[in-house]
Structure formats: structure tokens, C-alpha cells
Design a protein around this ligand. Structure first.
Ligand code: FRU
Length: 585
């Protein structure tokens, strides 16, 4: 990964240019680091469980912003690059750090930063930031053959803080080009979640086809701002009259914007406290309140976040319905989860067609802030979720980076007993990852062990199962390794449930909320079961029946699960087809 960068780093070690110096002086509690002939970066040593110190690149401007950085006090866990200004001199101020702190002794200058992977648990085919913390996917938009993925990003450490919009670009939803930070904090605050649109008709005056990002700024208040790009997302310019929407509400964030042809207006859905508010605008700058939705609908144990709203055809009909996504910290297994509502939208109001139902998009514990791409080709509605949970996201056992995104999923609607549900199928692009495979079929009556699912298993694979039940009460399978670490999955045919148990999956001790069995109801009356499992070093995503149920869970085994036991209880079943594919980029 980024070998070029690294080689350049070796060639240009910090000490080669003698004229480059770092000098640290103190003014009261403030350390003043003066760099002569600055390189591109000052490399900051981080110690993760230290409190944040405040770091400022002092350009003498009103827009200069302090960053919170867990600078090393007694030992360095890893380092992060801090971009310096160009010129003869750069001044960095640090407050909240002891004068004898390790970080001050280890500050280094460099024009490059080594981003080669250092984390065993880093997935192979899921998107992760090269380094630093990531949460919600943001601003997803497709333009000119490129999928843009922005995300909540801390470039100065692998815990939450200093929200920027990180950026990655892909042509196929699985290979990601890592781009520099797209939108950085300013005087209005850090850059929280939001969306991006293509302004085809130049309604905002930034140019036809400009990508316009609409995001929350978190400062004294939460306000909505916009920025635009006329070079396909490579650079963004903040609108000079930001913010474009303010309120007295404390939780007022995560704008999702789309064009509504019916009224020829932009619509913004905003999470406000425990409801969604709808605004409209002719130009992305002037917004008018239209209505709100939420009271008495769905789960309410916490503030609502990260809305999305889109229309989808209902499978097997000529009908279309609107789907409102809503993430909140009150999911079925504790904290982070995404609920959704199905109904209608007329440009002003959303009407939920099933007010008494709570519907969850995914039944695992690591599926949050789920939103979809704007302008995706072929009328596709592609979603991606942050694959973690606020209960423990800051504690998971990685350090160079924290938290991946889920695999991309194509959304559709299906109906069971008059009720319409969201289906999340693995996006077809994932098929291109399939490498060596092995297919088996067998009957299970008791236990059937497959010692080696496939040779050379590095923990990144897909399992595709077709099972025919022949009177079993429990259809079970257990992925495990030689350390006795396992993920146990079961269809309970009597209870009509599918479950995934990660309580013995490996490292589960970093947070008390991590060990967990997650489960979901399955449709009754089916004897043929279809399941696709995506395993990628530190996650298992289960897609039942083409995504009619989904379960996304992180796991941290000390070595890959290379074995599988199939077991039955109360009767036998037939595995018509068990295929394992190694997945490779
Ligand atoms: C959801 C969230 C958003 C907010 C962002 C901040 O995970 O809390 O509501 O914009 O994260 O990083």
C-alpha cells in the first residue's frame, strides 16, 4: 500500500536538509514549536489513552483552528502527520501538554508519511481510511464514472475528534483511491455528517454539474453549510455566506439533500432531536421549513441521526414507495442501529404507511449511519454503513485506523403479508472479488466437520450456502480456528430465527458491550435457505435470502477462521451447495 510514498519517505528522511530545524520554546503553558524551512509535515507522536492537547498551526488568521490531539506523554503508540504551511517558517502552538512530554522530544519533520498497513485486523476488501479515525459515510455521490465516498474523519488520531470530511474515490465500489481531506473545520465548527448532490441545472450558481456538499458544522451550535467542487470532487470551496441554515435546536444535523422533480425543489431531510425535519430550496442556499416527521413512529430511545430519503419500486408490482432511513442509538442489541420507514412523500411531507411498526435495516451490532449514493447509475440505490457501534468504536483492537465501512448493498423493496420491507443485497461488484473457490454438497445429521474450507485462507472470503431442511429443528454452522475462537450461526426452524453468536469470536474483552448474540426473525414456511457470508479479517456480514435479512458484526479472531462445523438438531438437513470463494482485490 502506497509503497511509492514510503520509498520517497526513506529517501527524504527528516534530517537530510540541514536548514530544516525545529525549535521549541515555552510561553507560560503554551509550547511554541518554530520550524524553519518547513517540510510538508510535522510528525506528531500519539499516545492513545492520554487526554487531548490542543494544537494550532498559527498562520495569524481568523480561520486558524485548534485541533485536539492525544500527544504522547510517556510513550508513542503511533504517529500522525500534521500539515505545515509553506514558506520560510511555520509556527505550531501546543497547549495542555506537560513540558517534559515525550511528544515534544520526538517531533519530526518529513515531506511524506508512511501509510503501509500495520494492523492485523485491517480488512482486505472493505473500505478503511489509510490511517486515523472514521465514522459515518458522508456525501456519497456518483459522477462521471466515479463513486465518491466522503466520511467523518479524524486525521490526528484513531479516536473520534476533529471531524473533517475524508475522501475516497472508486470506479467499482471495492477498490478505493485514498484522497486528501476534502473539507476541514473552520470558525463555524468541525465538519459533521451530510450529503452531496450534483447541481445539474446550476441552481446555486457554482456552475452546471458542480458537486455541492451540504454538511453540519458543529461549533457553539449545529448549523448547515455548503461547499462546492467544479473539479469532480478533487477540491472544494466553501460558500462565502455560510451557514445556510441555523436553528436554536441543540441536535440539528446530518442533512441529506436530493432534487424533487415534482416541485422542482431541493429537499433537505435533517435529523432534529428525535424527529426528521424537511426543508425545501430552489438553490441550495435558501431553505424553507416544510414539515416534520417522527413523533410516535418507530424507536425513540435516543436522538435521530443520519437521515436518507428515496423512492424505490416494490418488487413484483408497478408501485413505488418512499423509504426514510434513520439511525439512532437505541437498536435491538444496544446502541447503534438503522431503522427505516416506508411510505409516501410529496415534496413537503412524509407519511409512514405502517405507524405501528418498527423496522430495522440490519440485525447485527455493527451497522450504523447507513446512507445511499446520489445519482448512482441505472437507477441503483446503493447503501453503505459504518461498520461499528458507538458503544465500543473507540476501543476496538486496531490502532493505525479505526472502523471500516460495510460492503456496498443494493436496496430494493419486497412485500410479505401486506407489509413492505427493505432488502439489502450485496452489490454485484463484489462478485468480481471472487478468486479460488471450492464447492461441496452433503447431508448433515449430527455434526459434519470441514477442517480446511479452502487452502491458503487469509481470512478474506465469501461463503455461499443453499440448504434444504429435512425436519431439522436447528440448522447450525460454526466458523472457527485452532485457537478455539468461533462464530456460531444458527437457523432455529422452530422459533423461526437466525442468530449469530460472537461471544467466543476472539478478542471480545476490550469492551463489555462487545460480546453478543444477535438474532432476527426469518420468514416462515421456507425449507430452502439461502445465505451469503462475507468474512473479511474482522467482520462477518450475513445476507439471508438475497438480503431479505442482513446481519453485520465485527469479530477479532487472533487467526482466521479456517474450519467450519455444520451441525443439526432434531433432524437432518441437506447442504445442496456450500461454496467458499477466496476474495481478493
Ligand atoms: C452519527 C453522528 C452524526 C454526526 C457525526 C459526528 O454517528 O453522531 O449525527 O454528524 O456522527 O461525527
Amino acid at each position: 500500500m502506497n509503497t511509492k510514498l514510503f520509498l520517497a519517505a526513506l529517501a527524504l528522511s527528516s534530517t537530510t536538509a540541514s536548514a530544516q530545524t525545529i525549535k521549541t520554546t515555552f510561553a507560560g503553558d503554551t509550547a511554541i514549536v518554530t520550524v524553519t524551512n518547513p517540510t510538508k509535515y510535522l510528525i506528531l507522536p500519539i499516545e492513545e489513552n492520554r487526554p487531548e492537547a490542543q494544537v494550532l498551526l498559527d498562520n495569524g488568521k481568523k480561520t486558524d483552528t485548534w485541533m485536539d490531539v492525544r500527544l504522547a506523554v510517556s510513550k508513542t503508540d503511533y504517529s500522525v502527520p500534521f500539515e505545515l504551511s509553506k514558506g520560510k517558517k511555520a509556527v505550531v502552538k501546543i497547549v495542555g501538554l506537560a513540558k517534559d512530554a515525550q511528544a515534544l522530544k520526538e517531533l519530526k519533520l518529513s515531506d511524506t508519511f508512511d501509510t503501509r498497513n500495520t494492523d492485523y485486523y485491517r480488512p482486505v476488501y472493505h473500505h478503511t481510511p489509510l490511517y486515523g479515525w472514521m465514522n459515518d459515510p458522508n456525501g456519497m455521490v456518483y459522477k462521471d464514472g466515479e463513486y465518491h465516498l466522503f466520511y467523518q474523519y479524524n486525521p490526528y488520531g484513531s479516536k473520534w475528534g476533529n471531524m473533517n470530511w475524508g475522501h475516497a474515490i472508486s470506479k467499482d465500489l471495492v477498490n478505493w483511491e485514498h484522497r486528501p481531506v476534502a473539507i476541514a473545520p473552520d470558525a463555524f465548527g468541525t465538519i459533521f455528517s451530510g450529503s452531496a448532490v450534483i447541481d445539474h441545472h446550476n441552481t446555486a450558481g457554482f456552475g452546471a454539474g458542480a458537486i455541492v456538499a451540504i454538511y453540519t458544522q458543529n461549533g457553539d451550535r449545529q448549523v448547515q453549510s455548503i461547499a462546492y467542487s467544479t473539479d469532480n470532487g478533487r477540491t472544494f470551496t466553501k460558500y462565502e455566506n455560510n451557514p445556510v441554515l441555523v436553528s436554536e435546536a441543540r441536535d440539528f444535523r446530518d442533512p441529506k439533500v436530493f432534487w424533487y422533480e415534482g416541485t422542482k425543489r431541493w429537499i433537505m431531510v435533517l435529523a432534529v432531536g428525535q424527529e426528521m425535519q424537511f426543508f425545501s430550496s430552489p438553490n441550495l442556499k435558501d431553505w424553507t421549513f416544510e414539515s416534520s416527521f417522527g413523533k410516535g413512529h418507530g424507536a425513540h430511545g435516543n436522538v435521530w441521526e443520519c437521515p436518507d430519503l428515496f423512492e424505490l419500486p416494490v418488487e413484483g408490482t408497478n408501485e413505488k414507495k418512499w423509504v426514510l432511513l434513520c439511525s439512532l442509538g437505541d437498536g435491538p442489541f444496544g446502541d447503534s442501529a438503522t431503522q427505516y420507514f416506508v411510505g409516501s412523500f410529496n415534496g413537503k411531507e412524509f407519511v409512514n404507511e405502517s405507524p405501528s411498526k418498527t423496522k430495522w435495516m440490519d440485525w447485527g451490532k455493527d451497522h450504523y449511519a447507513t446512507v445511499t449514493w446520489s445519482d448512482a447509475p441505472d437507477n441503483r440505490r446503493i447503501a453503505i454503513a459504518w461498520m461499528s457501534n458507538w458503544q465500543y468504536a473507540n476501543d476496538v483492537p486496531t490502532s493505525q485506523y479505526r472502523s471500516p465501512n460495510s460492503v456496498p448493498r443494493d436496496l430494493s423493496l419486497f412485500t410479505v403479508d401486506g407489509e413492505t420491507y427493505l432488502q439489502s443485497a450485496p452489490s454485484p461488484e463484489l462478485l468480481a472479488l471472487r478468486d479460488a473457490s471450492k464447492k461441496r454438497s452433503f447431508k448433515v445429521n449430527g455434526t459434519r466437520t470441514i477442517k480446511e474450507m479452502i487452502s491458503g485462507n487469509d481470512g478474506a472470503y465469501e461463503i455461499e450456502l443453499t440448504i434444504e431442511n429435512q425436519h431439522a429443528d436447528v440448522i447450525g454452522f460454526r466458523l472457527y480456528n485452532d485457537k478455539g475462537e468461533e462464530v456460531d450461526m444458527q437457523y432455529d426452524m422452530k422459533e423461526k430465527k437466525f442468530s449469530m453468536d460472537r461471544r467466543k469470536s476472539g478478542d471480545v474483552g476490550f469492551n463489555e458491550n462487545f460480546p453478543m448474540l444477535t438474532w432476527t426473525a426469518i420468514e416462515s414456511g421456507k425449507d430452502e435457505l439461502k445465505l451469503r457470508l462475507f468474512v473479511d479479517k474482522s467482520s462477518v456480514e450475513a445476507f439471508g435470502d438475497g438480503g431479505r435479512f442482513v446481519m453485520t458484526n465485527q469479530v477479532f479472531p487472533s487467526e482466521p477462521y479456517t474450519h467450519i462445523d455444520f451441525y443439526s438438531k432434531g433432524g437432518a438437513y441437506k447442504v445442496d451447495s456450500f461454496v467458499i470463494y477466496k476474495l481478493k482485490k
